[in-house]
Design a protein around this ligand. Structure first.
Ligand code: PMP
Length: 470
């Protein structure tokens, strides 16, 4: 453990769990259920591993929540936070003021975001999370259309099983039925189309390429149903993360681009997970070759060390907002927080120095793809696929037909339990098992992770047989 822990007062697991259970309402958690077992207490981390209060070492196959791209324990990042806290820990950007890290980071992000066709990215709006950034998007696109004299263009189209955050607007833009069921969501003027998930939605005999075109076509159908002059924007994740690492066919995004262009609709690329190297590029729209007008980011920009999010505002929107806009009545206390921005700068510098983005594209991404594809031989796996340094596999009842397990059996959760028990964090989204490890992994560590995954799949198979479920 790091030296700092030796100085921390020791607290046994049961004490922390009791305090936690009595007072702390967790995100996305059934508390009655948690109280019966007690939360796992994470105490420290280094590289790609985290440790719990019982001393168990766990390979973090999820980079925390898709964010610790540079890995744990990076001193350069901690030093940048300390230096900035001692220099200027806080100041706002409301009343014609700025701070040096915020301005430097805005220029840095603009230099990292590639131009595509007639779209360039010279401006950034800051928030503290992905959710706040997507709330910003809703306000920004409506402001944009107001300024252009088309205030009736309000509707934003998202996708079923997309994830865009947990605030009122974020959860509304997302297409998670469990979230919509609580609290009258979505809010008005947000609607959804089906996701491009070939494994589930492809027709018998249909090629993946044809499916991609058909799935994008659902956007055009929806636009025509609503009336094109009512539609403000389409929002999508390049690869759906929280939905289960749903990788669209290569034909999907170009067709989406053709459709939004045809009707003059703004395109929002939510890259909270996909940017900053996850898919082997600084920004993922470059990989798929489309031209967004707004790009949501968070997570990897600071490798999760402190909260920071934002929106890359493309020239199409920025030109209207800045030249015609006057005051945009929107912003957060922590927009452009100097410590968060200093941390982001240190993180991006580290990522550049260690070529973390390039190695996902040319080295560890292809190596993970090769090793992960071997899982397609496992009798429990219907399909195993990767995109950059994210991967997903679907657990199936019948490998030959692709028949899935009854969702009420919770097969994914059974598998996740075996992973946790054996020192691997692998997430379950229904019966899709997903990983998105830190971008610092070596080949040997990928091999170590693959051995763990294989062992846990075998244990899951044996467990299902024993329970009479398979
Ligand atoms: N958009 C996407 C694509 C995400 O994956 C997430 C978080 N997983 C969010 C938005 C919301 O980000 P936050 O939790 O920081 O609000």
């Amino acid at each position: 453990p790091p030296a700092i822990l030796a100085k921390a007062p020791a607290m046994d697991t049961k004490t922390v769990q009791a305090m936690d259970s009595a007072h702390y309402i967790h995100s996305f958690t059934d508390h009655a259920d948690l109280a019966t077992r007690g939360a796992r207490v994470m105490t420290h981390a280094d590289g790609i591993y985290v440790w719990d209060s019982e001393g168990k070492k766990i390979l973090d196959g999820m980079s925390g929540l898709w964010c610790v791209n540079a890995g744990y324990g990076r001193k350069e990042i901690a030093d940048a936070a300390y230096q900035q806290m001692m220099t200027l820990p806080y100041y706002n950007s409301f009343f014609q003021t700025t701070n040096i890290p915020a301005a430097k980071l805005a220029a840095k992000l603009a230099s990292l975001a590639p131009s595509v066709g007639d779209r360039s990215f010279n401006h950034v709006f800051y928030s503290s999370s992905g959710s706040e950034s997507n709330d910003t998007n809703v306000r920004m696109v409506r402001r944009y259309w107001d300024l252009l004299g088309q205030p009736q263009r309000k509707t934003i189209i998202g996708r079923i099983n997309g994830y865009h955050g947990s605030t009122m607007a974020g959860a509304s833009l997302g297409g998670m039925s469990g979230m919509h069921a609580q609290g009258d969501l979505p809010i008005p003027n947000i609607t959804h189309i089906e996701q491009p998930y070939f494994f589930e939605n492809g027709l018998p005999g249909e090629s993946e390429a044809d499916f991609g075109i058909r799935a994008a076509g659902w956007l055009e159908t929806k636009i025509l149903e609503l009336g094109a002059d009512k539609v403000a924007a389409f929002i999508g994740e390049p690869v759906q993360g929280a939905g289960g690492v749903i990788i669209p066919p290569s034909t999907y995004w170009p067709e989406i681009q053709r459709i939004v262009d045809k009707y003059g609709i703004l395109l929002i690329s939510d890259e909270v997970i996909c940017a900053f190297g996850r898919l082997g590029h600084w920004f993922a729209y470059e990989k798929f070759g489309y031209k967004p007008d707004l790009v949501t980011f968070a997570k990897g920009v600071t490798s999760g060390y402190v909260p920071l999010g934002g929106v890359m505002v493309g020239n199409r929107v920025a030109d209207v907002l800045i030249e015609k806009g006057g005051e945009f009545n929107h912003g957060y206390t922590y927009s452009g927080h100097p410590v968060a921005c200093a941390v982001a700068l240190a993180n991006l510098e580290l990522m550049e120095r260690e070529n973390l983005v390039g190695r996902v594209k040319d080295d560890i991404g292809p190596y993970l793809a090769k090793r992960f594809a071997e899982l397609n031989n496992h009798p429990l796996v219907g399909l195993a696929e990767t995109c950059g340094f994210a991967a997903g596999l679907v657990l199936v009842k019948d490998k030959a037909t692709g028949e899935c397990f009854d969702s009420s059996l919770g097969v994914g959760m059974i598998c996740r339990g075996h992973c946790f028990g054996n020192g691997l964090i692998m997430r379950a989204v229904g019966d899709r098992m997903i990983i998105a490890p830190p971008l610092i992994m070596t080949h040997a560590q990928i091999d170590e992770m693959m051995a763990l995954i294989l062992r846990c799949l075998d244990l899951t198979a044996a467990d299902l047989k024993q329970r009479g479920l398979w």
